[in-house]
Design a protein around this ligand. Sequence first.
Ligand code: SAH
Ligand code: SF4
Length: 353
Amino acid sequence: MDSVKRLWKDLTPEAQTAWLAAHGEPAYRLKQIREWLWVRRAVTFTEMSNLPVAMRIALDAEFAAFSLNVLDTQKAGDGTRKFLFGLVDGTTVEGVLVPAPRRNTVCVSTQVGCPVRCVFCASGRGGFVRNLTPSEIADQVLFACRELGERVNNVVVMGMGEPLLNLDNLLVALEIIGDPAGLGLGARHVTISTSGIVPGIRRLAEQEKQWNLALSLHATDDEARAQIIPEGHRFPLEEVLAACRDYREKAGRMVTLEYALIRGMNDSSQEIQRLGAIAKDLRAKVNLIPCNRIGGKLVPPDRAEVRRISDQLDRLGVQVSVRKEMGADIDAACGQLRSRYETKPGAIPAAEE
Ligand code: SAH
Ligand code: SF4
């Protein structure tokens, strides 16, 4: 589409400098623009009042200052807000904002769709469309800051997509998110969730940053895991756990094991016993997620059963939490708002695989 504007923030600093030079502007303008974009959270060039008007017009003619366009919003009784963002090419992703005193959390997407296609996940349903660019990822955090009127305290990379299959762009986005001259959020306040992409975990560990790592484990052996995460992007459990151990050692951060509870599939006491053993061996915390229903046969265990599972882990000496059903009255599981939107008449058609 030639009418689509390029995203200024996705240009390398060298390309930005070259553009300024070609337009007869001094190099210090770069710093001014950057401050407008990340510190003053501007979403248009027009509002950058200390830049020459002609330059603002020229920038605006060629580039977009902000990558997201809110198409739909849902607000839950507990304050959770979910956003459907339209991107410059007409594709869509979701973001979730969970406001809480001193601990606002924003959940960001990294891909349009997801190639991993876990059986219970709405994000994978339509398959994979494309990777988000660094600024499309970082802009979701920026958007949350604008919504709140202050800096967010916590970023979880747990929205649509598999972050470690878009690691190059994610790393650039994380740099902006952590940069004091950017969004300024410390690495310890960022959590990256993965379905277990071993080369990605290892590369993440090499960065030696203190990001938190969450592994979507969901099952305690390869056979059971294969029922949940299809062939293609699933790695042998032994290798995944070894990579997580390596991450814990290099980053100096405890790993979290996410375990989506599905009734009759991964919730027997033997499986929970094994989950406990894996967690203890890895010195990891466990986060139980009663699975959200997205249609089909997969349902969560009832509340009493979830309690029993949590108590069983607790008795084994494992640090365990149960994910609160944030925004239970809205389409809270990732990909749900988007899949609903795409069935609305007149909505942007689902992109093809
Ligand atoms: N792709 C990454 C991050 C995005 S998914 C990953 O899989 O970890 C973030 C978390 O939401 C994962 O733990 C995933 O298993 C969980 N999730 C997705 N759909 C869900 C559903 N319907 N019910 C419960 N958890 C779900
Ligand atoms: Fe992709 Fe994560 Fe959903 Fe699996 S759970 S399909 S990896 S987004």
